[in-house]
Design a protein around this ligand. Structure first.
Ligand code: SF4
Length: 345
């Protein structure tokens, strides 16, 4: 199938079946496109929609996002995961706001901004600026790897290079915004990971994975690596007013900049800290160990409830810790496992 025929089939399918009423499509601006593209990385459309709506309501413009405290941004992101995305979003909004609020409209300018890679930049250029640029997000990688029956993990640099070349060749000059959206939609709705609906696919006649009966094997999964497990203790310090001590995590590292529970390596460390700070422990209760898996390791955490008696301002660094009532925690940017843990108290 020539690129022209491929594009024609994709665009015809998009006209009839593509998604055209997603919240970020109702009014297409560089800001809204960028925000949606960042949210959609690693996250499905149905999950993103309520986050996008809430986010845009609180931060309707790039200026409002740039001027907001990072805490508020993280609070609106809490639950979406991969928090570096939110921190980069904030950093980028400040850079753009300082640049008279104008988005760069070229590939280099966009890719120089924190958190914007080649595919996201291509999507912003195509969708918001109507400039023909290829994309290669997870959905497009899957479609192209299947259509051309390319084996090998698509994150591998050689395979990735090959897919970029194909995506560049196939991207049309005319209607590039619709084509970009169509390819993302096709991957998300038809050429899905586990049960692709090939019978409804507009490019099925040329799909090599289908012809060669290789759909189940493609795209080749990422080589499995065994994840190490890290063991820690999260302490739920509770004071006499039933408030809970939360502390802010460093901006770099897991759950960067979010509120979490004080973390310890061993039970003895809790007692040592309380002794040093003259804090009297009324009771200690060990809860069931739980696991949260990140892309690079398992976090096995044991929550321990520690009821204390004394005035508590001196437990941690003042501006890095707060005492919160349980019913107030929804207003904070908390890591999801911590939020769930506290909601069950
Ligand atoms: S025919 Fe099936 S496997 Fe091939 S691109 Fe279409 S949906 Fe994907």
């Amino acid at each position: 199938m020539t690129p022209k025929i491929f594009q024609k089939k994709i665009l015809l399918w998009f006209d009839l079946n593509g998604r055209k009423n997603l919240p970020w499509q109702i009014e297409t601006t560089a800001y809204r496109t960028w925000l949606s593209e960042i949210m959609l990385q690693q996250t499905q459309v149905t999950t993103v929609i309520p986050y996008f709506n809430r986010f845009i309501q609180t931060f309707p413009t790039i200026k409002s996002l740039a001027e907001a405290p990072l805490d508020l941004v993280l609070q609106h992101w809490a639950g979406l995961g991969y928090y570096a995305r939110a921190r980069n979003l904030h950093k980028t909004s400040i850079i753009i706001n300082n640049n008279k609020g104008e988005f760069p409209s070229d590939l280099e300018g966009l890719m120089a901004l924190p958190g914007i890679g080649r595919s996201t930049a291509g999507a912003i250029l195509s969708i918001a600026f109507n400039k023909s640029h290829p994309i290669l997000d997870g959905n497009v990688r899957r479609v192209l790897a299947r259509y051309y029956a390319i084996s090998g993990w698509t994150g591998n640099s050689k395979i990735s290079h090959e897919l970029w070349k194909i995506s560049t060749r196939l991207t049309p000059v005319q209607r590039c915004a619709d084509y970009t959206q169509a390819m993302m939609d096709l991957g998300a709705t038809l050429c899905t990971r586990s049960k692709p609906r090939c019978d409804d696919c507009p490019i099925k006649s040329g799909c090599l994975a289908r012809i060669e009966d290789k759909i189940k094997q493609l795209p080749t999964p990422k080589p499995a690596k065994s994840l190490v497990a890290k063991n820690i203790i999260f302490v739920i310090f509770t004071d006499q007013n039933q408030k809970i001590l939360l502390e802010k995590r460093p901006t770099i590292g897991i759950w960067g900049g979010l509120w979490s529970l004080p973390e310890f390596d061993a039970m003895a460390d809790i007692e040592i800290l309380c002794k040093q700070k003259n804090i009297t422990i009324k009771a200690m209760t060990k809860l069931d160990k739980q696991r949260h898996t990140f892309s690079h390791y398992h976090l096995d955490y044991t929550p321990i409830k520690v009821e204390i008696e004394n005035p508590i301002n001196n437990v941690m660094e003042a501006n890095q810790s707060v005492w919160y009532k349980l019913d107030q925690i929804n207003s904070l940017g908390l890591a999801s496992p911590i939020k769930r843990l506290l909601q069950n108290q």
